[in-house]
Design a protein around this ligand. Structure first.
Ligand SMILES: [Zn+2]
Length: 285
């Protein structure tokens, strides 16, 4: 079975604050190793359970989505990294041949409190993202995309808030709580060495259950997706000018943008565009 593993940084064991996940943070280089070792734990669990291939996709939006230490990553996997990927940029390695999706180092959705570094796609630009009138986070977008391709989500690792949110959408998901969020930038953490033991076991269980046919793809979200993004600041003049050329976006008030999409690939790209589309003339996504 081919396994798809999305790795983000905010939900990595031990990390609790923005300074932990940006390049000028005191421990950023060390934290890249923590990220890589959490991924390795899941890769090892996946192979222990009979995976034949593990595709790791880097999804932390710092340094052009190149944060893993490739000198430390398990050499049995392959890694999708770098910006400007085709399709939904965080899911270029996900296809219908995958048997299960593992989410490592993921975080709670925009608007959550507590919820370590909670956001959806853009912390700076979005205060909420909703689909079908319901608040949504990144892990849930993976669950929906997986459903379109027939691939179940088997595992999430992160704080208790992302776990609770994923369980509400995907009830049977395996979950590894590596830290308890106390606020947006504080937590009660398990030391990474111990967290990795739990991640390996969680991944092993998820892949074993997927191989046994016990996990179902997430289905039932109404299509086309009715998307609403709440901007933190009123839409800029540049974004408004671009919307003149992009009829698929509707500005319903200063901060609320609505759009629809027939599939999650396009939905993701349309949501992400609202985070960088403020420069007049930038109309491609
Ligand atoms: Zn991230």
């Amino acid at each position: 079975m081919k396994v798809f593993l999305s790795v983000d940084m905010e939900g990595i064991s031990g990390l609790v604050r923005w300074a932990d996940v940006v390049r000028d943070g005191m421990d950023y280089q060390l934290n890249r190793t923590f990220m890589t070792l959490d991924a390795n734990a899941a890769i090892e669990g996946a192979f222990d359970a009979g995976a034949t291939e593990v595709v790791v996709e880097e999804n932390h939006g710092v340094e052009d989505l190149c944060d893993l230490r490739l000198d430390e990553i398990d050499p049995r996997c392959r890694v999708v990294r770098g910006a400007g990927r085709p399709t939904a940029t965080c899911m270029a390695g996900l296809d219908a041949d995958c048997g299960v999706i593992l989410l490592v180092g993921h975080h709670a959705r925009a608007g959550s409190f507590p919820g370590i570094m909670a956001h959806t796609i853009s912390y700076g630009a979005f205060s909420a993202v909703r689909i079908g009138g319901r608040d949504i986070g990144e892990g849930e977008l993976f669950a929906i995309r997986g459903g379109e391709l027939g691939v179940p989500v088997g595992l999430v690792t992160g704080d208790q808030v992302v776990i609770e949110q994923m369980r509400a959408r995907v009830p049977g998901i395996e979950a590894v709580e590596v830290k308890r969020a106390l606020a947006r930038q504080s937590g009660d953490v398990i030391p990474p060495a111990r967290a990795r033991v739990a991640i390996r076991e969680g991944a092993r269980q998820a892949v074993a259950r997927a191989r046994a046919g016990e996990l179902e793809p997430h289905l039932g979200e109404p299509v086309p997706y009715e998307i609403e993004v709440e901007l933190r600041a009123p839409a800029s003049a540049g974004l408004r000018a671009n919307f003149e050329r992009l009829e698929e976006f509707e500005l319903v008030d200063d901060r609320i943008v609505r759009t629809t999409a027939p599939d999650m690939d396009l939905a993701f790209r349309r949501i992400a565009y609202l985070g960088y589309g403020g420069t007049e003339g930038v109309v491609r996504y």
